[in-house]
Unconditional design. Sequence first.
Length: 535
Amino acid sequence: MLDLIRKLGDRVVGVLSGFDRLMFRGILRCVINPRGLNGYLYGAKVAMKDFGEHAQEVSEFVRTSSLREASQTQRPIRYLASSLVRKKDIALEIAQQDGIRDGLICVLSCVEPCMTFHVRRDREAQKIFLESRKRKCLHLYHYYNHPQFGLMHVRLQTWFPFGIQVCLNGREWLIRELQRAGIGYQRRDNCVCQVDDLAAAQRLLNEQLTVSWPTLLSQLAQRVHPAHETVFANCPAEARQYYWSAAETEWASDLLFRDPDQVWPVAERLVSQSIRAHGPGSVMRFLGRTVRKDDLPRASFGGEIFSDVRTFDQGLRIKHRVNANSVKMYNRPGVLRIETTINNPKEFKVYRTTENNPDGKQAWLPLRKGVADMHRRAQVSQASNERFATALASGLSDDAPLKDLAATLCGRVTRPGREQADGSRARSRTYRALNPLSPEDMRLLTFVARPEYGISGLRNKDLRAALYPEPADQAEHRRRSAQASRKLALLRAHGIVEKVSKSHRYRVTDKGRLALTALLAAANATPQELTALAA
């Protein structure tokens, strides 16, 4: 992120990183499967053959109880004939018409697909049993202007197993916190495009990571489902509480521009550069996946990699997706946003104990959907944003002309010797100039400029395998290793790479990334292209 901010210079005021859209799902483990529902029916003294009639009665009781708040406060209760209608637009229109700044805005009901149960009869075995099946039932959408979270909604399924979905926005939450703290700001949609105290705003976003998600979400569930304790009074206490998971999380890093008119040209340039330069290997690395040395997915990868560009009424967007997870960049008025969306957390890792042995040894295990790993979600999402931003930064050149960049590389350089124990220094060494147009140096610089080495760094072994692919005996192997070491020393002397502390890896520096991008682009350009640029 710092590379991109440095390239943009004083056009950017600062950056705000935190949650954007959050979607949580709550399930009741006591009735989430046929076995649990069997236990519920036994406790409620309901025969399995009477499940349909009992479910109808409970569903009506749940629906009536859920609508009680809207009836008492005289808020609209509106049935939607189609589930494709944009419910948020309806809620915003009602809130604006009625001037609802806090509290319940409306309740929208709609018949939508859901997973529920039915009684199946096996005539041959002369038995009946419960079976899960995808059907349709009535859902209630409660829209609020919440005093803490801003505009949000809670969806309740009014049929067994009474699942709940909570959808809120971290930026709406931030706006409420800014208002409470008396910090001035300007917003466009759900983006904060200007803020008087940027550091304080970032601290408020960081505080969202410390909340008790089960407590927070259970309070919202109780508000829309007040009949819950009555309906499931016969279930064990630990099983009748909602288990919360994060179905979808968006983590956004917003670069705030001084002049909103400067965002579109930058976004247009970055999108053009990204769609040309970032192939499957780069996309996988953005989202924390490893690839082969030739920058292609491993043979074990059986998923889908997809990139696309989309224009909309307010800007431009590029999106890179690996299976269900994605990283994208788009612009809003005054804001350039880089955002990572996680729908399948299992593709990331978290250092934790197993759930069956919480006191055991910790290890790197798949990230869970449960809200217990929300903090780790934030970490891997921010890392994804950082990697994408670093790659995008290479598409923005500094104002220095190419001759100034080449001057530091295309000349001899002297590197001081190491400091000795007595305070003196060893004899300094002089290194030859680099010639990006020569085949040997072009091959070396092209290899070092590969995107994977800007993230994980390169080793002597990597450079040796690329420059000398032919098999060799032990003596030749040692000579090649020494030659690769001398080439790495040459690159270090010119400031193109730096050694990673306490490792045998070398990483491309900011100076090196800028110089390599510019020099290789010029070296690979045709005379006609260079002539057109000069004209």
